[in-house]
Design a protein around this ligand. Structure first.
Ligand code: EPZ
Length: 434
C-alpha cells in the first residue's frame, strides 16, 4: 500500500499559513544536542517531518534518549550516547545522518557510519567531511561501505573547505566543538542553518565565532551541556508558500518567517511580478498582474537557494515569456519530465532549464523524484486545470510538516489517499504463474 495526493487545481489560495521550524537546521541541532555529556536539551519549533524522525531514530540506536513532550518540544539526552556504529537501514534514508560521524568522533573518539550513497539529485559525496576529520587527526578508513574513524581527541586544525558546503561546515563544527585547540573553517558555508547550529552549540557551552561569514573559528572545549533552544523557521517552506500564492493567482500571508533569510528569493519574486507586503515576521504575497519571465542562477547563501529552484520553475511555467534557470549546486532537473506531463514547456540543457511560459497547466498523474520536486509538482497541481495525482509523496513528508493541512487551510483542494498501486511485484508472480 502506498499513498498519493489527489489535487483539484484552479483555486486561488487565500488566507494565512504558519511556517514550521527549519528541517535542515533541526537535523543539525538534534545531532548537536547529542554532544552534551551533562544535562538535557529541550528543542522548540522542531518540525515533525520524517527526516527529523530518521535522525531521532538513529540517535536512539546510538543510545541517546529522545522524546517529544505534550507541547511538541523535543527532549534530547546525550549523556547515554554509548554506541559508535550508525545503522545502515536508517542512515541510507537521509544524507544528514552523516552528521552522526562528527558527533561520535567528538564524543566517543570512534565512529562507524555508512557512506551515504547517490540520490535522486545526483552524486553527493562526503569527501570534504572525511578530509576534515583526517586533518583534525582522526584515523579514517573506508571499508565495506562504511567510514570507520577513530582518534584520541580531535585536534584543532586550519581547514579549507574546497567548495562552500553546508554539510561539511556543520559536521566539522560539531566535531571541532569538543576538539583540543582551535579549528578554523575557511570557505565555510554561510547559510542561516549553519548560524542557527552555532548559536545553539554556544548555548551548550561551545566557543564558536564567525558563523555566517566564510571563516568560522571554533575553540574546542572539554565538555558541553544541554540547553533550551528554538529552531529558526524554514525559509524554504516559506518561499514555497509564497510561490504557491503567485502561481494560483491568490493572496497568502506567510507567518513566522525571518525576512532577512529570504532576501534574494524575494528580490527575484518581485522581479517576476509578485507583490510582497512585508511585516515584522510575515509577508503577504500575491501576483495580481500575473507573472513574467526571469533568469536565475542558484548559488550558496546569500544567493538564490537550490532548494527553491523547483517551485520557482513550476511558477515560471505559467509566466509570460522565456525564463532561464541555471542550477549550480546539484543535478536537480529530473522532475521537469513530470512538469511536462502537465503541459509545461521546459527544455533542459546540462545545468540549465529554459522555460517557455504557457497559458495553462493541466492535471496529470505524476511522480515525485525528490523533496523539492514534490513541492514544485504540488504547487503546479494547485494551479493546473483539472485533477493531478501525485505519487511517491512520502518524499514530501520528509520536509514539509502537515503539508496537506496547510494547503487545505488556504482553500486548496488536496487529499491524501491510499492507493492499490502495485509495489511488490514478486508477490504478483504467483498470479501470473497460476
Ligand atoms: C544541504 O545539503 C541541504 N541539506 C540541502 O537540502 C541543500 O540543498 C544543500 O545543503 C545546499 O544548500 C541539509 O542541510 C540536510 P552541500 P548538503 O554540502 O550539505 C558538493 C533539501 O532538499 N560536496 O552544501 O549535502 C556537493 O555535491 C536538501 O532539503 C562535495 O563535493 O549540501 C554540492 O555540489 C537537499 N563533497 C556542493 O558541494 C562533499 O564532501 C554543496 O553541497 C560535500 C559537498
Amino acid at each position: 500500500m502506498s499513498t498519493r495526493f489527489v489535487i483539484d487545481g484552479g483555486r486561488p489560495l487565500q488566507g494565512a499559513v504558519q511556517v514550521s521550524g527549519a528541517k535542515n537546521s533541526a537535523l543539525a541541532i538534534i545531532a548537536g544536542a547529542a554532544l552534551a555529556s551533562e544535562g538535557v536539551s529541550i528543542l522548540e519549533n522542531v518540525p515533525q517531518d520524517t527526516d527529523v524522525a530518521t535522525i531521532c531514530l538513529i540517535l536512539r540506536r546510538l543510545g541517546v534518549e529522545l522524546y517529544f513532550d505534550g507541547q511538541g518540544r523535543l527532549h534530547v539526552d546525550g549523556r547515554t550516547l554509548n554506541k559508535h556504529q550508525a545503522p545502515y537501514d536508517l542512515v541510507r534514508k537521509m544524507r544528514a545522518s552523516f552528521y552522526t560521524a562528527g558527533v561520535l568522533l567528538a564524543r566517543l573518539g570512534r565512529a562507524e557510519v555508512p557512506l551515504p550513497g547517490g540520490c535522486a539529485i545526483g552524486s553527493r559525496p562526503v569527501d570534504y567531511h572525511i578530509r576534515g576529520f583526517s586533518q583534525m587527526g582522526a584515523d579514517v578508513a573506508i571499508e565495506h561501505g562504511f567510514m570507520k574513524a577513530s582518534c584520541q581527541r580531535l585536534q584543532g586544525a586550519k581547514i579549507y573547505i574546497n567548495r562552500s558546503s553546508v554539510g561539511t561546515t556543520v559536521n566539522l563544527m560539531l566535531a571541532a566543538s569538543l576538539g583540543e585547540g582551535v579549528t578554523t573553517l575557511e570557505n565555510a558555508a554561510k547559510e542561516p542553518e549553519v548560524v542557527d547550529l552555532a548559536i545553539f552549540l554556544n548555548g551548550m557551552g561551545a566557543r564558536i565565532r564567525g558563523a555566517g561569514t566564510d571563516v568560522i573559528r571554533i575553540d574546542g572545549v572539554e565538555a558541553l551541556h544541554g540547553t533550551e533552544y528554538a529552531v529558526i523557521s524554514d525559509r524554504i517552506e516559506a518561499g514555497t508558500y509564497m510561490l504557491a500564492a503567485a502561481i494560483t493567482g491568490g493572496k497568502i500571508t506567510v507567518k513566522n518567517i525571518v525576512l532577512e533569510h529570504l532576501r534574494s528569493p524575494m528580490i527575484k519574486f518581485e522581479e517576476m511580478g509578485m507583490m510582497i507586503e512585508k511585516g515584522v515576521n510575515e509577508v503577504t504575497v500575491s501576483a495580481p498582474n500575473g507573472l513574467h519571465a526571469i533568469d536565475v542562477e542558484t548559488s550558496p547563501y546569500p544567493g538564490y537557494p537550490t532548494d527553491l529552484q523547483q517551485p520557482l520553475v513550476a511558477a515560471l511555467c505559467l509566466a509570460d515569456g522565456t525564463s532561464v534557470i541555471r542550477e549550480t549546486i546539484f543535478d536537480r532537473f529530473r522532475y521537469v519530465d513530470e512538469l511536462r506531463r502537465m503541459g509545461a514547456d521546459v527544455k533542459v540543457e546540462r545545468e540549465t532549464a529554459i522555460i517557455r511560459g504557457v497559458p495553462q497547466l493541466t492535471g496529470a498523474p505524476v511522480e515525485v523524484t525528490d523533496l523539492r520536486a514534490g513541492a514544485a509538482l504540488a504547487i503546479a497541481a494547485l494551479a493546473a486545470e483539472g485533477r493531478t495525482e501525485i505519487y511517491g509523496i512520502d518524499v514530501i513528508d520528509r520536509g514539509y510538516e502537515h503539508f496537506e493541512h496547510k494547503i487545505t487551510g488556504l482553500g486548496g483542494k488536496i487529499i491524501r489517499e491510499h492507493t492499490t498501486e502495485v509495489t511488490d511485484l514478486f508477490s504478483h508472480m504467483q498470479e501470473l504463474n497460476a
